[in-house]
Design a protein around this ligand. Sequence first.
Ligand SMILES: *[C@@H]1O[C@H](CO)[C@@H](O)[C@H](O)[C@H]1NC(C)=O
Ligand SMILES: *[C@@H]1O[C@H](CO)[C@@H](O)[C@H](O)[C@H]1NC(C)=O
Ligand SMILES: *[C@@H]1O[C@H](CO)[C@@H](O)[C@H](O)[C@H]1NC(C)=O
Length: 260
Amino acid sequence: MGALLWLLLLLLFQEDCDHSPIANLSCPESPAGLFPSFLSLSSAEGDSGDGVDPEEMVAVLQESVSLPLEIPLDEEVEDVIWSSHIRLATVVLGKEGQPATIVVTNPRYQGRVSFPEPTYSLHISNLSWEDSGPYQAQVNLRNSQISTTQHYNLRVYRRLSQPHMTVNFEIPGEEGSCNMSLTCSVEKAGLDVTYSWIPWEDGTDTAHEGSILSTSWRPGDKTLSYTCRASNPVSTVSSRPIPAGPFCAGTRAPGPEIGP
Ligand SMILES: *[C@@H]1O[C@H](CO)[C@@H](O)[C@H](O)[C@H]1NC(C)=O
Ligand SMILES: *[C@@H]1O[C@H](CO)[C@@H](O)[C@H](O)[C@H]1NC(C)=O
Ligand SMILES: *[C@@H]1O[C@H](CO)[C@@H](O)[C@H](O)[C@H]1NC(C)=O
């Protein structure tokens, strides 16, 4: 994320500065106010202060996720502190085989989290949208001031429902040919959904990327069928194949909505 912002900013910068060196802060047309405030923003966030990218985790709404933790095997661990924005829980390891003491400090997670031994990973069940975001695990050693912190970024998605398709077509022109567009959508799709249309029968397997497929048909053409596929990081769904030609040929009442 940070890297992407940087890139965008640098691109902006480069354009504004007419290809002068990227770091040329004296560039007159540069968004001078933006640059320093961005820099301070980045250091204030400090999430990746130790130069480690967070581990990206994806999970399904109302299901569960486990954020894996690695703890040193050759050192005695005093405690593990899990946080997300604010402290989530403290796990104080027991001495000499005693069980660990767990205190869940964020009431939002009460009753939904567990910390399976031996690594005290964070297991969250019944995930909600609000559970998305950064997580950290700080591992403190018993006989040392050194602690290690592991970073995670959790994204929660809904499993996609069956896609819906809408067909729009233009009134047949000369020789009955017509153009049409097929639109694919998924209810409550949320973020990071990609759509593609896959033609059947033509054997090329070339998918058209995007939710709208524009195609044309004329009488005598082979009737192509298309399947819409929608994906997000946790699911992929496909429609049944839609034969495109008949909409134009008028062999069918043009019902604009086609069920899944
Ligand atoms: C920075 O940009 C200014 C204005 O575009 C230019 O005069 C100056 O030579 C540049 N400095 C460097 C180090 O490139
Ligand atoms: C899961 O959380 C929702 C609120 O986010 C709650 O309404 C529901 O009862 C919970 N389900 C279980 C099985 O705990
Ligand atoms: C279909 O689209 C093509 C361009 O893609 C255009 O030349 C043609 O006139 C369109 N036909 C109709 C019936 O709109």
